[in-house]
Design a protein around this ligand. Sequence first.
Ligand SMILES: [Mn+2]
Length: 298
Amino acid sequence: MMPYLLQHSPLNTLQRLAQKPQWMGSVDDWDAAKWVAVGIPYDGTCSYRPGTRFGPEMIRNASWGMETYSPALNGDMEAACLWDAGELALPFGNRNAALALMHEATQAVLAADKHWLGIGGEHLVTLPTIQAYTQKYPDLVILHADAHTDLRDDYLGEKLSHATVLRRCAELLQAPSDLLQFGIRSGLEEEWNWMRANHTYQAPDADWASVIKQRAGNRPVFVTLDLDVFDPAVLPGTGTPEPGGWLWADYLRWINAMRGLNIVGMDVVELSPMLDASGCSTALAAKAIRELLIVANL
Ligand SMILES: [Mn+2]
């Protein structure tokens, strides 16, 4: 008789009994995957309250509290065929090495002809991704939702920071006006002048759907969502809360304005789970990601 361990190896037994952490509604088959979720646990340039490094893991946990189907969009997240890559293993303390690793990871996803879903982490993580994206898609358009401009030329002498990230991204686009900014309500006067001069700022009462259609058309679109765009009353779990923000209905208006776009990548950043005592901010983050994935795959 065959010894027990040859019939059932310890590894097979553990794989049968336990499950590696993965996103709700994700697929196991890499070849079938269209979107790849990559956790980016980086908060190295955070200037106020750190902790976004715990975002990706906690949002994944919270994803299990929701359904794949969105009644608001009449669509299902399963259409995105999401594959969960886990979290990047970053060299903490070395910003440039961490950014290089994020860039390499983005290139790997693009080389496989799949779409990047980055889950931060702080907003600087968007830069290495956009560097990879503009190499593949030179005519990229960026839709940016945030409380803050993120357009400083430098922050305390640093060119690479969460406060400068969209300025650096805009420099990679064909024109600064290929960046469209929503929900912005805080920034230096010079940043506001830059937004007005380059027509990136989108007023709350503007017809977002028309503007987006006009500027993006059929071009490839990357969506970057800084969760502090939401009002601190509905999303207190973020490092730099800013009063006067979006409610869920405002977010859905933004999502609906993206219908029909050629969305090729996205990231969602700045959730700080340790500041989220109730867990509601984290649940909102998971649902915000679901709606983005659905509208990108309708
Ligand atoms: Mn930001």
